[in-house]
Design a protein around this ligand. Sequence first.
Ligand code: ADP
Ligand code: ADP
Ligand code: MG
Length: 666
Amino acid sequence: MFSKILIANRGEIAVRIIGTCRKMGIATVVVYSEADAGSLAVEMADESVPIGPPPAAQSYLVAEKIIAACRATGAEAVHPGFGFLSERAEFARACAAEGLVFIGPNPGAIDAMGDKIASKRKALEAGVSCVPGYVGEIEGPEHAVTISEEIGYPVMLKASAGGGGKGIRIAWNRRDVKEGFSAVRAEAKGAFGDDRIFIEKFIVDPRHIEIQVLGDKHGQVLHLFERECSIQRRNQKVIEEAPSPLLDATTRAAMGAQAVALAKAVGYDSAGTVEFVAGQDKSFYFLEMNTRLQVEHPVTELITGLDLVEQMIRVAAGEKLGFSQKDLAINGWAIESRIYAEDPYRGFLPSIGRLVRYHAPKEGKRDGFIVRNDAGVREGDEISMFYDPMISKLAAWGPDRGAAIDGMGQALEEFHIEGPAQNLPFLSAVMDQPRFREGALSTAYIPEQFPDGFQGLEPTPWQLNVMTAAACAMHRVQTRRNGHALSGLKPAQPRDEWIVVIGDKKRRVRLADADGGLEVELLDEQHRLVLSAVDWRPGRPVFQGVLDGRRFAAEVAPAAEGFRIRHRAARQRVLVLTPISAELHERLPVKQAADTSRLVVSPMPGLVVSVEVVAGQEVKSGETVCVVEAMKMQNIIRAERDGVIKAVNAKAGDSVAADEVLAEFG
Ligand code: ADP
Ligand code: ADP
Ligand code: MG
């Protein structure tokens, strides 16, 4: 076994690999860019080596720097994690040439599978069912149109070197193909340094189901069952689970057999993933093979009890797999939520910034479920524009799917993050949706469930009670304090009848102290809420308590006359008023939102790639105004109305903030 391993990655996956190395008694080295000098991975590793400026192209992607770091520290093997150099065959070869072991598949297997066009050819040869399409390189927009029309719309334009959902576009017609082609090509060039594009049929309303494979250097290849990753936005996974609610034992065995056949055909000898799209009728088609550890591997670990990083290290060291297919079984159910720095209320646009507060739920065994949180950050760390905006991966295991969903809901509720925008409310919403619970998944889940974009969910009766009780408790603490300050002596006896206003609902309540909490009598509903075990002080962003025997946590912030409260996916302003001020409040005029329809604003921070309009130009709704690049994605900003452009405020090369005005209509 190796005595020292270098990790050529950052963030949570670097931390994850260090964890396994420690368990195995292997010393670790991490490399880090200037942006990651103070990172958790650097703190945890036994040694660390700086490799240059923040942009990955000047640090994490420079093979020579990684190899030099191995030489300098005496590391014998390199784990590449995912992304970066993990699927670069030349890097694996360069390692071998230096006498270093690449902890991943052999370079021949990466070559065969690391490229989508080549892998599709190979899959067809191995008898794997593939998405219909053109298995070759597209020369230009005209060629793309011809091919698309042969395949039949809708089609998908894809970068052959693509990954992480980048360099992919659906096209429903000729215009989409023409526009999309240049955008995908530019994105592919920027993100992967390779602008080869191919086209395949877009399977409408499919599910994403993938098979985890594991091979050794002695010819054995097994599969570790499936993961379903259908909850996606921008063709990127956000929620994954294992097993899949779609599959039965027969389909599972058939998919597993195809994945193993493909892996064997290329002499696969590490952990890898064969991705399929599946129809609701359980038909399935090969998409691509990822020749590396996958982001969502924790769910497979939770249902199999295996440590995939450990298995990768063992097979890389030449060990035989210590088990065979018949030794493997699925135990329970696991779900993973990717916690991203992105704003779900604004089309999931990426966000950046310092984690002013970062409080993760407690990991380990709970009552009826297990919580695992793979994170590479701690409070005070920065989510920077240079890398993937993932904050952490929260996983929950339960004996069955319902228990795993309940566990995830609870763990998400306990997670608190401030600083960059984050998607916790969105993830909570999915856990609380009946459709998700039924397992009726599809890659169109998000647009179908949130057709007008994500706006949170309406509070349920239980959530209204949570908000009512929390607001009353906080209000009581504050009035007591104020009373204290005013009288300078003992707290004034607080008034006990109040009106709680939540959205457009009003509730008359009577409050009474109870042991360690509060009793809230709902006067119109003749019902009494019992709040106990309150954990909150003024200024704290999280309110925890037990309401009617059920534990909850909610995010709270002061607002005029009351509080802003978020419980899971429900956000409300909650006011606690005297009957007289409630009456006055009702007569207040409703604030009018400013008219922004004349403005074309950047929906996210980014770099202006091009501006397609000039002042005085007439444009139609849907026409491109400009293209803004953010997180390596090219976003087309379109006019939302017909009209004449009065002013253009941006030019190519400008960096713009979210909401910055790019152009104005007359
Ligand atoms: P797929 O490529 O099929 O989307 P994953 O969902 O597992 O598979 O995504 C892996 C992607 O994550 C990589 O291709 C890369 O773009 C991105 N990535 C790279 N490095 C990191 C990292 N350190 N943390 C998170 N994501 C990363
Ligand atoms: P990446 O390497 O970026 O992961 P994939 O080829 O795996 O690219 O595709 C990413 C996602 O896009 C898939 O998980 C699936 O949801 C969707 N997708 C890809 N190809 C198709 C297709 N032909 N039809 C329908 N959806 C597709
Ligand atoms: Mg993929």
